[in-house]
Design a protein around this ligand. Structure first.
Ligand code: GZL
Length: 322
């Protein structure tokens, strides 16, 4: 059989002969992924965006990326734009749990598969998405609760807790509260005396902690439970400005385990951070390729995570990837 120049080149490159077919007959069409991101509200979100963008580049997937600035209407607009552009797959991190059924039905009608990353949606129709990949936020709340119960096991009197909740209506805020309360309710000495959203941001976390301190007085708070490190870091500023020692006068527990949390722990200002990995990019791209190739994808992909107390921060910090 006489081989063409193109086939000879392909063979020399160790490629299957099929790649030597003329024209685009063999060229793989680039997968196009539309991704709607919550926003840029926290160190966690920045690391998550970086993971998705770099993983798409490494995977050779064309990424259409949209930042919703923490507004659901912007995410819905972006998803509709991806449908109009006929992308191959749509993925998004839903800023809140509810209000998605209509736009997800439009994606289903357009035969565009949808992947949920990081946060879940609350829907009666699970056929509206292929898979949800992300952390178990209830377990993250339980880990925070278990750490506190152990830390306070010899404490006889009341343990007065203030709570900085994440974005109202978001899966992490709902579930981290649920898991934490599930654990501490076993002992009546634990009391959540104030609980309010800081919307996952440093600025709001500081503002709400200032209000907590004003309302409860300098000796009225024993523990701060913050649903993410950014709010905890904002609260630490408020605690110091009130003349108190963070992590000593007020025990501080937070979630994410971002760089800022390790820096605060190494400075002796944060007691513990529960890991919530933002590095979902590679898993997302694998799922996208499998979906396009018609392979089965698990309905739920859970990210494995640890817990980092202040005492281990310095040893762990050099190994951290976000
Ligand atoms: C959790 C993620 C949360 C982080 C916050 O997976 O949705 O949103 O805990 C971020 O830092 O803002």
């Amino acid at each position: 059989m006489r081989l063409s120049r193109r086939q000879l080149v392909a063979l020399a490159a160790g490629l299957p002969l099929a790649t030597a077919l003329p024209g685009a007959a063999w060229a793989q069409k680039k997968i196009v992924l539309g991704f709607s991101q919550v926003g840029a509200e926290s160190e966690w979100r920045t690391a998550n965006t970086e993971s998705i963008k770099s993983a798409a580049k490494d995977a050779g997937i064309e990424l259409k990326f949209s930042d919703a600035q923490q507004k659901q209407e912007n995410q819905i607009k972006a998803i509709r734009a991806f449908i109009a552009q006929k992308v191959d797959v749509i993925a998004f991190s839903p800023v809140v749990e509810t209000g998605w059924d209509n736009v997800l039905r439009e994606a289903k009608a357009a035969k565009i598969p949808v992947v949920l990353t990081d946060r879940a949606v609350n829907t009666k129709d699970p056929s509206l998405y292929v898979t949800f990949m992300g952390s178990d936020f209830v377990e993250e709340g339980r880990k925070a609760g278990r750490w506190l119960v152990d830390k306070m096991k010899d404490q006889k009197g009341e343990v007065r807790i203030v709570e900085l909740q994440g974005t109202v209506g978001s899966a992490p805020a709902i579930d981290r509260k649920k898991g934490f309360e599930e654990i501490i309710k076993a002992d009546p000495k634990f009391k959540i005396v104030r609980s309010q959203t800081g919307d996952f941001t440093r600025a709001k976390g500081k503002e709400v902690m200032e209000a907590f301190l004003k309302a409860e007085g300098k000796n009225g708070i024993n523990v701060l439970y913050a649903h993410n490190d950014d709010m905890a870091i904002g609260a630490i500023q408020a605690i110091e400005e009130a003349g108190l020692k963070p992590a000593k006068d007020i025990t501080i527990i937070s979630i994410d385990a971002v760089k800022g949390a390790f820096e605060a722990m190494m400075a002796g200002k944060l007691n513990v951070s529960i890991e919530c990995s933002p590095l979902l990019g590679p898993q997302l791209m694998t799922a996208v390729k499998d979906i396009v190739a018609g392979k089965p994808v698990a309905k739920r992909i859970v990210t494995e995570e640890g817990i980092f107390p202040m005492e281990t921060a310095a040893a762990e910090f050099p190994k951290r990837k976000y």
